[in-house]
Design a protein around this ligand. Sequence first.
Ligand code: HEM
Length: 410
Amino acid sequence: MAPDGGDLENVLVTEREVWQDGPPHELFRRMRRECPVHWTERISEYPEEPGYWSVTTADDIHTVSRDWQTYSSERGGVTAVSAVFPLELVRAMFIGMDPPKHDRIKQLFQAGFTPRRIAAHEEAIRAIVVDVLDGLEGRGTCDLVTDVAQPVVSRVIGSFMGIPPEDDAVWANLMNATLGASDPDLAPQGIEGVIENDVPQIFERCRRMVAERRENPTDDLTSVLVHAEVDGQRLEEHEIVMGFFLLVAAGNDSTKATYCSGMLALMEHPDQRRILLEDPSLMPSAVEESLRMFPAFAHFRRTATGDAELHGRRIREGDKVVMWYVSSNRDESRYADPDRFDVRRNPEHQAFGAGGRHFCLGTALARLELRILFEETLARFPGMELAGTPTVVESAFLNQLKTLPVRLTP
Ligand code: HEM
């Protein structure tokens, strides 16, 4: 490990110790300057896994993200570590497909996720947030991750998918365990436990929902998957289940992560909170700044389909190429004073991807949820304070707080 001084060449970027306190920003700063496309030899926890390239600047990530012919999502999985999910299951989600199939499946959902269509959900989402905040009545403290963020995001994506509210908590636990499999609290039985217990449970629960919709079509997104036709053919069972998994997982984790990190930043920077309280029209700008500084996914990954050159480095066919959004969003060639949290900045960023085919489907929904969450939380608890030390999820993929204890009214 060499955040400063030491040998950058031999750094192993995804090692657990490196991420103990969240993303290693100092290491990425050095990489951007000294070795912007960097080779990591191995992943110690998974000796079987090959090494990978780290791409750290916004320009290079933009290049990789847009060139899906050279940098495939289908060939080898979409995260640095491939061990958690069998490749066959990753490829059954459209995030793990290349065009043309990717585009055809994504298109089934795109019309429902435009900013206009999503705006129609504002009242319903606000009602969910207000209801969850009402539940804090009479309490002096709470945990913002588990008491506010989790129930809100679960109910929002649950309502899109047709999940009954009483199942929200079960789905949240399944998603947290599978995506956060490297964290001992989220997945107490480790990756083996996730593969043996959680993944089969996801399949079983999802199969039941699919069977119900085959019998009685509904107007939720699960029904869209069940009845979809791509090139005249219905999706296969495992493609329906994994399509469901993708939407629930993406909706569950991401918004929760950025909301909590954004709230923490506002508590740590009372001057910024004051600016926002005095001028609520800055809310969308504060949302973008939170997305920039705290992108919910630290990285996504591609696999080279042939030999290529990137920033002077030779990428070989089959090499893993990891795009570090936690780095590119603090690229000093794009942002002045990139580590400063500034609610007036209103930046462009790569939290949702870098403009390629896999650009986040849920951007409009995530932005709306985040704005409402910030608005309602700040209106009710303008003086919220930290009431303990927050902890982070142990992961080089999820950039997320695990606990955020707060005092609601000082
Ligand atoms: C703060 C919130 C969110 C962030 C930071 C985020 C980020 C991302 C990123 C980085 C990607 C992959 C980009 C790539 O590999 O090129 C992605 C893809 C995706 N996101 Fe989001 N996301 C968020 C919220 C949501 C929500 C609420 C949904 C709801 C359904 C969603 C659905 C998806 C889907 C389906 C994909 C796959 C798109 C594809 O492969 O074409 N996301 N998101």
